[in-house]
Ligand binder design. Structure first.
Ligand code: ATP
Length: 506
């Protein structure tokens, strides 16, 4: 269970609100409020005398760690080359303000980093502060959100005043980093307590408009979000967040660099090939890769080894992808079914894309009782109809293998079907079905559903023929999987005699 964190300011506001509510309730009950007013007056006096310190502490929490220039450098960030390049350009006005002024360039006031979680947006902002020798003032959009009108706006003022103060005290420049800016910078007038939200956002706009090259301190605002569509257009207009920088999931080269960075401080065995790991971790963010390197080292520690081997990395990939092993213990009959199901996926995965299966396991992890891990060869950005049909085949294979080998189906395939229908919808929506180019909204529901079913049934028939042709080998391979719990892609190919896929009619 997550325990919400409250700032000191918030706690004070809650306490004042609760005190007022109690007083009102007592007044309604007819209780005399005189002693409470005296108590309240005394508390206010104490707060005014000593509260400056509490207030400063609260503001300090919001205003970040003063006078700190982060140690993170651009070299510590793997991949994200175009994001780094664009960011560096925006930083020149801090590093070389005279030149920027001489060329008549209007300095950038705000840079917006947009991308999925864990891709290095905070690291980039820290590296920007390091690169410009600036004080780093981190805040989060949620810290400004209050139910009381005016509080958020006051906090925005505090943050910028603090940034100027800290910059003046140290190197003359500061980077204000606002994480989750969508929480505070959403479209105005859309929130239930919109007056407070609007005032907070207006104050941010005012502060950004107030940044000027003529100032003796230079302030740059860097914000991060993964929901740029939620932001108020006023924030995105030129002169505010002038530059939107995409920070995407890293491609293979980027993943390799991130892995190199996060294995620098670890003893790595000779059999480790980071390039292969980068290949197998399609879709991983920088944060996933950091966690993968860490988990691999923990596995080496657990097995009392001095260096981290490839096997540790392989197991760590599965852990990061599928979650921690669980204690669920399926019965023998269930295990047999799970093994057949997974071998079915593996078989069809290999027929559709030979050499693609990297391992098959019946270890319960997270919600899955077993899984097949595929290693994509290259990052893919576009999918053909053949590719999507292949994916549908792989999804259906587990259930059909159960049907053919065990004689019945089970509930274990429900999420496979969801996936299969997702791919089938993609085929229709991209104009690759027999309906041609259609608008899903204008298509009669029945026609849409009929086409979906046709796409799935056609693939089901093909998969059934594959599975029936390999029934005995699926059975044998599933026995081996039960014995070993996890087999590699090479072992699967050997067990299913898949060097020659034609033998099962692919
Ligand atoms: P969020 O949107 O969830 O706030 P973020 O995009 O700001 O995430 P960071 O906080 O910068 O992500 O990254 C989290 C951790 O992931 C970093 O501390 C670092 O260990 C690792 N990481 C992420 N991206 C990279 C990268 N490109 N190179 C090296 N490490 C990275």
């Amino acid at each position: 269970m997550r325990v919400p964190k409250f700032s000191v300011n918030t706690l004070i506001e809650i306490a004042v609100g609760a005190f007022a509510a109690v007083l009102t309730a007592l007044a309604l009950e007819g209780v005399s409020l005189g002693p409470f007013f005296i108590l309240g007056g005394l508390t206010a006096l104490v707060y005014l005398t000593f509260g400056g310190r509490v207030g400063a502490q609260a503001a300090g929490g919001l205003q970040g760690n003063p006078t700190s220039i982060p140690a993170v450098k651009f070299d510590d960030i793997g991949g994200q080359e175009s994001a780094k390049r664009e960011l560096c350009e925006g930083l020149e006005f801090i590093n070389d303000p005279e030149r920027v002024r001489d060329l008549g360039i209007r300095p950038l006031k705000g840079l917006l980093l947009v991308g999925p979680p864990g891709t290095g947006k905070t690291m980039l902002a820290k590296a920007a502060a390091n690169y410009t020798n600036s004080v780093f003032i981190p805040v989060s959009g949620s810290e400004f959100v209050e139910i009381y009108a005016g509080v958020g706006a006051k906090r925005v003022r505090q943050v910028f005043a603090n940034a100027r103060k800290q910059a003046k005290k140290s190197t003359g420049s500061a980077v204000v980093f606002i994480d989750e800016i969508d929480v505070l910078g959403g479209h105005r007038g859309k929130h239930s307590s919109h007056l407070e939200y609007d005032q907070t956002l207006n104050q941010l706009l005012v502060e950004m408009d107030g940044i000027s090259t003529a100032d003796d301190t230079r302030i740059l605002v860097i914000a991060a979000t993964n929901r740029v569509d939620l932001l108020d257009p006023a924030l995105l207009r030129p002169g505010r967040f002038d530059r939107i920088i995409r920070v995407d999931l890293p491609e293979k080269e980027g993943r390799l660099k991130i892995l190199q960075i996060h294995t620098r401080n670890k003893p790595i065995a000779e059999d480790v090939d980071l390039e292969v790991i980068a290949q197998e971790t399609y879709g991983f963010s920088g944060a996933h890769l950091e966690s993968l390197a860490n988990e691999a080292a923990i596995l080496a520690l657990r097995s009392s080894e001095d260096s981290v081997r490839m096997a540790h990395f392989r197991e760590a990939i599965e852990k990061v992808m599928m979650g921690e092993k669980t204690d669920r213990q399926p019965s023998r009959a269930e295990l047999e079914r799970i093994a057949v199901h997974e071998i079915g996926h593996g078989l069809v995965g290999e027929i559709v894309r030979p050499g693609s299966v990297s391992s098959v396991a019946i270890t319960p992890r997270s919600n899955a009782l077993g899984y097949v891990r595929n290693a994509p060869r290259d990052d893919m950005y576009l999918y053909t109809k053949e590719h999507l049909e292949g994916q549908i085949k792989i999804c259906l294979a587990g259930c059909i293998a159960e049907d053919v080998v065990c004689g019945s189906r089970s509930t274990g395939a429900a999420s496979d079907f969801e996936q299969a229908f997702k791919f089938a919808r993609q085929i229709i929506d991209s104009g690759m079905s027999e309906l041609g180019i259609v608008s899903r909204d204008d298509l009669p529901r029945a026609t849409y559903n009929r086409t979906l079913t046709q796409i799935i049934s056609k693939q089901e028939d093909i998969v059934r023929s594959y599975v029936e042709g390999a029934k005995n080998r699926i059975f044998e391979a599933s026995r081996e999987l039960i014995k070993r719990e996890r087999i590699s892609g090479d072992e699967l190919r050997r067990l299913l005699a898949l060097q020659d896929t034609e033998c099962i009619g692919a």
